[in-house]
Design a protein around this ligand. Structure first.
Ligand code: UDP
Length: 474
């Protein structure tokens, strides 16, 4: 297993964004947590240290916990290619999709339990009776039995799901049920995601949150946004006053490297292009290919200066996502089929993952630079890629699926696409926002306020304290 070191961050930093009463409530809960968790460690175990929403959220939340005097630690699993193929299949199934079409039967259970037995040996050596272990997603839930044997309290947090069941969700739940039932509490991002056999008293609904001070989200001035994108080789912007420096997660300073190879296709963005951006892992359910086909098919009706930029991680950099290279290749095939005039307005960009702070800063700059951010997912657990541009006051167009519906109020804090497969409707929404500057501004401003009200860390941390209070009282 790999431990990620987390530096403490004082809660005051978060409190500085909150009204007095809200900040006081956070302080109150922090004190309760300090007393409750004294002498215990809160362990978090997930599948990867980089790539995806869980790896994005954990360091910020745990840093605030440590700042509040709570011993919170983060470990990532070691897994084999077979293991991650299986857990990706379970991930897709929980979203209602067939995934790679493989089995989730006894042979797969043997692979799953074999990998987790190796991880358990490492974990059991450091977890003490009375500690709390939060296992994230299907990859880690199989550690529940071993952790309870050690005498730890076990919470399973599932970040994915689907509002209604189908044969695929049933298959995944059949596989996972024996492990989930050993957890004393379970957390879902939406109530609808919980299987009906789970008893209410063990069920918590806690949506994710965003950290406004992370490298991904911290405020950037426009000249610095432009300098970052210029130095990185993404947009040859003209304003030369800014800096391409950034603040790393550990507080040290970094500078964007000069990259020459970020575009898998369609490089050469003009400096005055208005960007329609989707940032996602190369996961089929994010539908990067659908975004590309939807914009490519309607380019002639969009203003000439509108360009599409699809941004995802370098596909070798996300260890738990075996689908990535295939999905990127599918997008490249669609791009090659376009006429050259269209190709010039369609860009596939892969960001290096060898420096995750630089990666986060590049995403920050791109989200701030974009004219419109889209997230045309076919399924979505929550979608931090929606929260992030909302916080940056960008107009967001996103599918009316999963947790996206909890974030965007249609027509107020963004626009929802009722049917994510309706490419004409998608392009029409993009046209609407790119043609109407006032609409874009209004949606962006309301989006930021919505995130401030509902999706910052204080609400999230308080919900955890409430859960732990109940867990330790039983
Ligand atoms: N992300 C990133 N670099 C990339 C692609 C994605 O940092 O090249 C981040 C993105 O900004 C977000 C997270 O990965 O913070 C994705 O989280 P989300 O909840 O949207 O979806 P998930 O990937 O967990 O399904």
């Amino acid at each position: 297993m790999q431990e990620v070191t987390i530096e403490a961050v004082p809660l005051d930093r978060l409190a500085s964004l909150l009204e007095e009463e809200r900040a006081a409530r956070l302080g109150d809960y922090a004190e309760r947590a300090r007393v409750l968790l004294s002498g215990r460690t809160v362990w978090n175990v997930n599948a990867t240290t980089a790539g995806g929403g869980v790896a994005e959220m954990l360091p910020a939340l745990l840093a605030y916990c440590r700042g509040a005097g709570i011993e919170a630690r983060w470990l990532a699993l070691d897994g084999s290619a077979d293991f991650f193929r299986l857990t990706k299949r379970l991930h897709n199934h929980l979203h209602g999709s067939n995934g790679d079409g493989g089995q989730v039967g006894d042979d797969q259970r043997a692979i799953y339990e074999g990998v987790l037995a190796d991880n358990l040996a490492a974990l059991a050596a450091i977890v003490r009776p009375g500690d709390i272990v939060v296992l994230h997603d299907p990859q880690a839930v199989g550690l529940a039995a071993g952790m309870r044997e050690v005498g730890a309290h076990v919470v399973w947090r599932c970040h994915i799901g689907r509002d209604t069941t189908n044969v695929h969700t049933d298959a995944a739940w059949n596989f996972l049920r024996p492990y989930v039932e050993l957890s004393e509490a379970t957390i879902f991002s939406r109530r609808e995601y919980a299987p009906d056999w789970l008893s209410e008293d063990r069920l918590w609904v806690i949506p994710p949150s965003l950290d406004p001070f992370s490298t991904k989200n911290r405020e950037l001035l426009r000249p610095d946004v432009e300098a970052t994108l210029r130095v990185a080789g993404i947009v040859p912007t003209r304003d030369s006053r800014g800096s391409a420096g950034f603040v790393r997660r550990d507080g040290s300073l970094g500078t964007v490297r000069r990259h020459t190879d970020l575009f898998a296709s369609g490089g050469g963005l003009p400096p005055d292009a208005r960007i329609v951006l989707q940032v996602s892992r190369w996961d089929r359910l994010k539908d990067m290919a659908g975004v590309l086909a939807g914009i490519a098919g309607h380019l002639s009706s969009l203003p000439d200066d509108v360009h599409l930029v699809l941004v995802g991680p370098d596909t070798s950099g996300v260890s738990d996502d075996p689908e990535g290279a295939e999905v990127l290749a599918e997008c490249l095939t669609i791009w090659r089929e376009q006429p050259s005039a269209g190709q010039r307005r369609l860009h596939l960009c892969t960001l290096p993952m060898d420096d995750i702070d630089e990666n986060a800063h590049l995403v920050n700059a791109l989200q701030r630079y974009a004219a419109v951010v889209v997230q045309k997912s076919l399924a979505e657990g929550f979608g931090l890629t929606v929260t992030e541009p909302m916080w940056k006051a960008r107009p967001v167009i996103a599918s009316k699926v999963g947790g996206i519906q909890d974030q965007i109020t249609d027509g107020e804090s963004g626009l929802l696409l009722d049917d994510p497969r309706d490419l004409a409707a998608f392009a029409a929404l993009v046209l609407e926002v790119t043609q109407d500057h006032y609409l874009a501004e209004r949606l962006g401003a309301a989006a930021k306020e919505r995130v401030r009200k509902r999706f910052l860390g204080d609400r999230h941390l308080i919900q955890y304290v409430q859960l732990f209070e109940r867990l330790l009282a039983d």
